[in-house]
Ligand binder design. Sequence first.
Ligand SMILES: Nc1ncnc2c1ncn2[C@@H]1O[C@H](COP(=O)(O)OP(=O)(O)OP(=O)(O)O)[C@@H](O)[C@H]1O
Length: 250
Amino acid sequence: MHKMSAETLSAWFGQNRALKDITLPLVERKVTAVIGPSGCGKSTFIRCLNRMHEVVPGARVEGRVLLDGKSIYARDVDPVRVRRRVGMVFQKPNPFPALSVRENVLAGLKLSGIGSPDPDQLVEEVLRQAALWDEVKDGLERPGAALSGGQQQRLCIARCLALEPEVVLMDEPCSSLDPVATAKIEELVHELRERYTIVIVTHSMQQAARVSDYTAFFYQGELVEYDHADVIFTKPSDPRTEDYITGRFG
Ligand SMILES: Nc1ncnc2c1ncn2[C@@H]1O[C@H](COP(=O)(O)OP(=O)(O)OP(=O)(O)O)[C@@H](O)[C@H]1O
């Protein structure tokens, strides 16, 4: 079952075409990794999946992106609603430093003007889902800035989950983290796919091989190859994929 799909999706920054006719499914409750060399369009692609691309002045898209079979770019669709259903976690952990851990978790809801019937229960639930609860339960009023980098990233994941997304986009979520914190996030991604459809952009082929069910290899704005992760990493069919995964470029 496809939770989302891109159909002949192209994206521009002004005159510069960053994505060329991408057609790619995102299988429900699976992890799809997007890999490829710097500048190949990975971030642009995932930003088209929740209508973040269009917030850049001069940026535009063509083609379709479907969520549960419906176009997220249809005229009657509210982009704010799309961004709630398709949440995003960024490269650098970006908690609100002065807000407490608890307030950080609830910040997305607050900004969206959404109340929760039982905020304390929600805070515990999503911090548990983000594998952070045990580390912060005795310090929920401490500022977000007091956490380690890896904890901050899990806090941002909890903040994203509090909005009850269906799809979670992660743009190189481990790039600023040490190996131990990275391993924790990878383990978490593995657990989260029981509930969420996940797309992760990564520079690390080892990470893609470890966490993804499906892998898409992008090169110069094009989708070169998409398949089960084990196929991409053991028997890719395109020589460019093979060159990339064997470290010949990128
Ligand atoms: N805000 C922007 N304005 C203009 N061009 C941009 C902008 N962001 C990205 N681009 C261009 O779009 C292309 C794709 O960039 P994108 O960031 O999607 O690649 P990427 O694969 O995610 O790269 P990296 O791995 O380095 O993060 C590049 O040519 C880049 O220069």
